[in-house]
Design a protein around this ligand. Structure first.
Ligand SMILES: CC(C)(COP(=O)(O)OP(=O)(O)OC[C@H]1O[C@@H](n2cnc3c(N)ncnc32)[C@H](O)[C@@H]1OP(=O)(O)O)[C@@H](O)C(=O)NCCC(=O)NCCS
Length: 318
């Protein structure tokens, strides 16, 4: 069903393989819960039908995050709306006051969420880099173009235990610069970071980290994180890239991202592309991504709604 949805809405995205999909859906961070419903054909015994639609409710600290998928052959019959009604009612009963959702530009999700009264709260642009277009010679220059006084380190699997504190500190400093709605809050204390890495591994998401260490102080001056999902190992996801404010202007962003691409090429022979999401106002990062060869793909929105109002709106009227 997911692959049918992908080929209808995001035809250039790689299809998912049936590898660790259960874990991807079921595993969460400690303290979080994900509740899922599927719509099936009620003429068949439970579990024997194809899945017609799917809704996920991820319950984070104080916000619920929805994901809804309806098979392309069964759209515009009210199924999506019904799935949201079920999940919204549950979020309401669980005491949540707001719901967030990611909606992809140029797909039916935009008019769908708007029709339910969701409001646009944030926009990012997704860009995709095809490794076949990378100028590896120029990339080598970028990787070496970091000012003296910094050391670049590569850590497949995640930062080592002795760097977790410094790593968390860099994430914490970046958080104050960020106005994202935080549907995926950053892990900015060492224990949360450990939990987050462990959760990634359990969900089949393999993390790769490149760090810039400021040699004089030992602080993490910059970091970049890429995850290769077992479900679509040909396309990796760029997570955070952070250069701590005091260390900007020394070539760190270019150097760590360039080094990451060399490491990924060596470690993941099936990898073809890397995708990343950036706020449109983040001009310096967009510039570096353009130099690396990232091509902007489409807009990615976060929408939000008040749970009580949503439940009321979705009450059957007859
Ligand atoms: C968004 C989605 C869940 C809607 O499911 P659906 O079952 O078709 O939605 P509903 O029939 O309940 O539609 C409810 C309302 O939303 C609006 N809407 C839904 N699809 C629309 C479209 N293509 N154009 C305009 N309005 C639309 C309409 O107002 C509709 O009411 P109406 O049919 O009475 O006019 C479905 O299109 C989907 O699964 N999209 C993919 C989502 C996604 O994230 N894809 C990419 C990542 S894998």
């Amino acid at each position: 069903m997911l692959n049918a949805v992908l080929s209808a809405d995001l035809p250039d995205d790689p299809p998912w393989q049936d590898v660790q999909v259960r874990e991807y859906l079921a595993e969460t961070m400690p303290g979080e819960r994900r509740i899922s419903w599927v719509a099936e054909d009620d003429r068949l015994p439970e579990g024997e039908s194809r899945v017609f639609a799917h809704v996920n409710l991820l319950l984070l600290g104080d916000i619920g995050v929805l994901e809804v998928l309806v098979h392309p052959g069964l759209r515009r019959r009210g199924l999506g709306r019904e799935m949201v009604a079920v999940a919204a009612r549950r979020a309401y009963l669980e005491g949540f006051s707001s719901l967030g959702v990611e909606a992809i530009g140029d797909t039916p999700a935009i008019p769908f969420w708007q029709s339910l009264g969701f409001e646009r709260e944030y926009v990012e642009t997704r860009s995709v880099l095809s490794l076949s277009t990378v100028d590896w010679l120029a990339l080598g220059e970028m990787a070496r173009g970091i000012s003296s006084g910094y050391r670049v380190e590569y850590h497949p699997g995640g930062p080592p235990e002795d760097l977790l504190e410094a790593y968390a500190q860099a994430k914490l400093e970046a958080q104050t610069d960020d106005d994202d709605l935080d549907l995926a809050p950053r892990s900015s204390d060492p224990q949360r970071l450990r939990d987050s890495l462990d959760t990634l591994h359990r969900r089949g998401l393999k993390p790769f980290i490149v760090l810039a260490i400021h040699e004089k102080t030992g602080v993490v001056a910059g970091l970049t994180e890429v995850v290769v999902p077992a479900q679509h190992p040909q396309r990796a996801d760029q997570y955070d890239t952070i250069v701590v404010r005091d260390h900007r202007g020394y070539g760190i962003d270019r150097a760590i991202k360039a080094r990451m691409l060399f490491e990924l090429r060596a470690a993941e022979p099936n990898l073809l592309e890397v995708q990343t999401w950036n706020a449109q106002h983040n001009e310096s990062m967009l510039k570096v991504n353009a130099e690396l060869g990232f091509q902007s793909d489409r807009d990615w929105y976060e929408y939000g709604a008040d749970v009580a109002q949503l439940v009321q709106r979705l009450e059957p009227t007859d």
